[in-house]
Each structure stands twice: as C-alpha cells, then as structure tokens.
Design a binder for this molecule. Sequence first.
Ligand code: 4AD
Ligand code: MG
Length: 478
Amino acid sequence: MFNKRVKVKDLLASEATGQEVTVMGWVRTFRNNQFIALNDGSTNNNLQIVVELGMLDENTLKRITTGASLKVTGEAVPSLGKGQKMEIKARSLEILGDSDAEKFPLQPKKHSLEFLREIAHLRFRTNTFGAVFRVRHALAFAIHQFFNEKGFVYIHTPIVTASDAEGAGEMFRVTTLPFDNPPRNEDGSINFKEDFFGRSTNLTVSGQLEGELAAMAFSEIYTFGPTFRAENSNTARHLAEFWMIEPEMAFYDLEDNMNLAEEFIKYIIRYAMEHNREDLDFLAQRLAEEEKALPQDKRSEMGLIEKLEFVMNNNFERITYTEAIDILLNSPAYKKKKFQYEVKWGIDMQSEHERYLVEKHFKKPVIVTNYPKEIKAFYMRQNDDGKTVAAMDILAPGIGEIVGGSQREERLERLTERMKEMHIPVEEMWWYLDTRRFGSVPHAGFGLGFERMVLFVTGMTNIRDVIAFPRTPKNAEF
Ligand code: 4AD
Ligand code: MG
C-alpha cells in the first residue's frame, strides 16, 4: 500500500517517539545537506527530517529543493532543536516530484500578498494561506454544525435562475445563444425563447427567494452556496463570486432574526478559536507585524485574538438607522468635515460611515435596524411609519457590513404594491407570491457574506486573500 503515512499534525500530537513512521509532504527548506523542513498542509508546523551525512548520493541531495515532494520513512526521535518535540531520522527517502529551484516561484522568504495573488495556484503552500484556508474550512464546518444542532434544513437553491432576488440588476447572464448573431424578434430585441431555458436567465445573486419557499414548509432552513454579482466594485470587500449563508425562518420577527444572527456569529468564532488556535495565533502575529509598518492611528486597538474574544463575550450594539444618522451628524468627524460622502437621513451609508459607527463610536459590532425603504429590497416588511422597513444590517469592525437581513413582507397586498412601485415583474414571480397566498406567516432571514466573515476571523485585509481563486472585475485567472 502506498499511503500508509501519518500526517504531520497527528504525528506531532502523538507519542510516536521510538517508532518507525512514514511521512509525505513538500520541502519548505533544506539546510546543510542535512535538515529538511517538510510540510504536508495538516498544520503550519513543519516536520524536521534529518538526513545522516553519507546516506544519500550527491544527485538525490541536489533534488531536495524547495517545493519538491518527498516520501520519508524513519524513526521518530526527540528533537534537539528548539520549538519542536520530535523529528524524523530518515532511513529511506524517495523524491515523489522534483521542483526546479530556479523556476519555482515560492522562495523561502517573505513574499507580498499582491505577488502571491498572482500565483494563487501555489500560495496554498505558504504559512499565511495554509492558516487562512484551514480557518475557512473550520468556519464552513461550524456553520453547518450550528444550523444542524438547531434543526435547520440545508436547502440547495439554484445557481441558474430567471429572477433577480435583490432587484438590483447586478446579474451575470447565462446563455447559449451565439452572441455574434442571436435570434431576434420582429422588433429587433433578442428572442430568448430560442435560448437554452427558453427564457432569459442569470447566475443567482441570492438564494433567499427560494429559501423562503422552503421555510414555508420546514419552518427553519438555510442555504450556503455561491452567489454572483456583476457590480463593478473594485474594493477589498467585494467579489463578483462569493459564498453566502442565508437562513430563513418562519415565525420570526426582526428581533428573533437579530438574536439568531448574533448567536450564530459568536458560535462560529468560538468554534474556530477552539479548533484552530494555532493558525489563529499565527495570523494574529502576522497581523501585528503588518501593522507595525502603519502609522499609530491606522493600527487596530486590539490584537486579533483579543478582538475575537471581545466579540464572543460582548453584546452587539443595536440601534436604528435614524439613531445612526444622528450619531454621525453629531460626530466630531462630521463637524470637522472628515467624511467624504454626504450624511443625511435617507442616504445609503458609505463604508466610511459604517466604520465610524463601529470602530470609533461604539468600538464593537453594531446592528442597525429600520432603514429607509427607498434604499432596501422590495421584500422587506414595511413599518407602520410608512418610511422605513424592518431591515437589519450587522456592521463589523474593520469590515463594515457583514450581514444583511430583514423581516419579510408577509402581507400579499403590501408586497405586490411595493413590487409594482419598484418595477419588479409581479406575474413572473407568481411562485414567490404564492407563499403569501397559501398560509403566509411572519418570517425573517439574513445573509452572511462568508468571505467577509473569513476576513474578520483571520485578520486578513483584502477579500481576494480569503477565497482560493477570487473573481473580481477584469480578473478570472485560474
Ligand atoms: O445585503 P445583501 O445583498 O443581502 C442579500 O443578498 C439578502 N438576500 C440576504 C438575506 O436576507 N437572505 O448581501 C448579504 C451579505 C452582505 O452583508 C455581505 O456580507 C455579503 O453578503 N456581500 C458580499 N460579499 C462579497 N462580495 C460582494 N460583492 C458582496 N455583496 C454582498
Ligand atoms: Mg446589504
């Protein structure tokens, strides 16, 4: 059998000293023709392999280069070096794959994140990305565990749809029509009846509408899947393809919704703190080093671990949109004209406003509720004041909006009226409106942007660095 190996993480946690083991992985460094630092991705800790002088011929020694893959069998012995309790005294060593040292782009030194983005196919093999993607995995797992423990049903909503869930028109079209000569109607418009689905379709921007249909049967459901937005936002917080978690709950009002969202965020942070402490410590140190280069006022007030503990152990602030605008209008930043964008009731708050509230004013996550209806989606429940809707956004330090959600408009008349006002095609959405025709109930839900959550937990600062192969305007490499 080829694969009778032990993973480095398990080995280092074991009491295998004195036993013969087989390990496999990639060379990080090779010193003095004797000491190999081997990494297999199970942990950021490299395993030291000691090659006795004279054991390998000249040619094999030359082939042990950074990036090469090895199979090593030998005895686990206590390590004399500091920082590690165990190393392997090699008895046999096989090179599984060579790596030309001249051509391999990853050198055993610090590379910039920008450079690593250009070699995203190899960046998994660095300490930083090793840690980021193990934490990302843990968060995904924790999300399923959280909802499973609560009895929510995981629904896979479609990727290809004919509707625009957010009504914002930021969709990628899906078609098999030839774009140089598409079939046309008599009036010159494109005839989508000839298209693959017999109608115009796009990649989904959100699974919410289909999620609502399922919640009308299972009471509590969630989706966790890829979503796509053709918004031309070239920022450190936006992706054209991102993953979203969208729970949808029957018999929930806005307050129930906020309570669930807060509990959920705390739960998944706690999971990562308990299961990925080594990686988080590494990332905390990385962030601290990175921030040393920044001017004092640009540095975070808390270290990464401290920040995560703080969020886990403190209640989120809850304010209305109207209160948020008042705080901004009365802020020193506003008075000193520090905001680039206008502040007044009715604005869609810009990132500078959200970050002021969270980072300067409250210094903790903030849930903002009851936004003006003009700046929110058609499905949100209309409040009695006639001006606002039962929306809630969660704003996180360093990130801004991390969750967007609302209580849904469950009253058929009110909903259809609002859809018409907002030019949402009422007839095409007959299936959505059926939920309000047959046993409609108060219900609510939210969407958590998965990559923004990963950013928050890992302390990384660019969203392109927490998804394996980012899709952004003018970029779809790999
Ligand atoms: O606020 P949004 O647009 O809300 C919805 O899509 C609702 N259907 C959710 C619901 O109620 N079920 O998006 C939800 C979250 C945002 O708060 C943000 O974290 C993330 O998705 N998000 C993005 N993340 C990365 N890149 C983008 N372009 C994003 N757009 C939204
Ligand atoms: Mg939003």
